[in-house]
Design a protein around this ligand. Structure first.
Ligand SMILES: [Zn+2]
Length: 335
């Protein structure tokens, strides 16, 4: 998706319905902030594949540069103007660093400036073969193709936006600026929450105490921004977890081994995967209106071949730093 399509996505309004039924028969809720070695290894591997220079850290685009700022939108958050079933729908292609309108914005890394559009600047970095783009800023009057230093003032947050959208592009791919070794410092606190599980069949929802036939499992999960957003219209709005995994058990026996459903840790996912990741009922954040994130866990699962009885669906959600919570739901296969 082009950055301009992303801007169009941000400018348009409205998203999907929010009236989806919420399962409340969770068995347990355990949150244990921890570093997950499997998670970390997988992340490092995928970054190595993208090249070593990808991991060169950079500073924040707002002052102070060496302190973490509130981020109110994460990479791959849903952007669904016109509603989930409208088009287009897309993954958010950067992070939204919150700041009051008029706040000065600075280059996170030195490079060559390109004026992309009225409120969009890019800086092609001197190192690492990557480009940073800055959206929703009033440019400081710098000329295209001029050289900017790290920490040089690029402009100010444009009226009405309340944030600068920062994107990091390398090899045509939007990378996750919150991954380790990218924007620095960045800490995450508290695990994402798994809020609900649904069993769906077609456009309907089945009670978890009696599922039958072919079903889709969907999960409502979200994370909180580690530093509180000050603007009350945008404070406390959810962001997406970085990783969602699940397994299915009958008693202590694994029926479905630990499976990754969603992985937002490294790069923006291709737009054509949007409706394979987010399920109906998904809504993006709006001012004074929190978003809701429904993720496909398992699709087209034929339960008719399973023996009737109770199963446990264990869902694990992690943030970009590996803070993880696990929630178990009871699911009963009926005859
Ligand atoms: Zn944005």
């Amino acid at each position: 998706m082009s950055p301009r399509a992303g801007l169009v996505a941000l400018l348009l309004a409205a998203c999907g319905p929010e009236d989806a039924w919420v399962a409340d028969d969770a068995l347990s809720l355990a949150a244990a902030p921890e570093e997950d070695p499997v998670l970390e290894a997988g992340l490092e591997q995928s970054l190595d594949a993208a090249g070593p220079s990808v991991a060169a850290p950079y500073q924040w685009p707002l002052q102070p540069f060496d302190r973490q700022h509130p981020v109110r939108g994460f990479l791959n958050d849903p952007r669904c103007p016109g509603g989930y079933d409208g088009t287009p729908t897309s993954f958010h292609f950067g992070i939204d660093v919150a700041g009051a309108d008029g706040t000065p914005v600075f280059a996170v890394e030195a490079g060559t400036l390109v004026v992309e559009a009225k409120e969009v600047l890019s800086v092609i970095s001197d190192r690492g073969g990557r480009t940073f783009s800055y959206w929703h800023i009033l440019p400081a009057g710098l000329k295209s193709r001029s050289h900017v230093e790290r920490g040089q003032r690029l402009g100010t947050i444009a009226p009405g936006w309340g944030h600068v959208h920062l994107a990091e592009v390398r090899g045509g791919q939007y990378l996750n600026p919150l991954r380790k070794g990218a924007i620095t410092p960045f800490f995450d606190y508290g695990a994402p929450k798994v809020r609900a599980l649904e069993a769906r069949a077609g456009t309907g929802t089945l009670p978890l105490i009696a599922v039958r036939g072919t079903i889709d499992l969907v999960v409502d999960a979200q994370d909180a921004t580690p530093v509180r957003v000050e603007d009350p219209r945008w404070a406390g709005k959810p962001v997406t977890p970085a990783l969602i995994r699940y397994r299915v058990l009958r008693g202590a026996t694994e029926l479905v081994p630990l499976t990754t459903a969603v992985d937002f840790r490294t790069a923006k996912l291709p737009r054509e995967r949007f409706k394979l990741v987010f399920a109906p009922g998904t809504d993006q954040n709006h001012a004074d209106d929190p978003g809701r994130y429904w993720f496909w866990l398992r699709r087209g699962w034929d339960t008719s071949s399973l023996a009737p009885g109770e199963l446990t669906v264990e869902v694990t959600a992690s943030d970009i730093r590996g803070n993880t919570s696990t929630r178990a739901f009871s699911l009963t296969v009926a005859r």
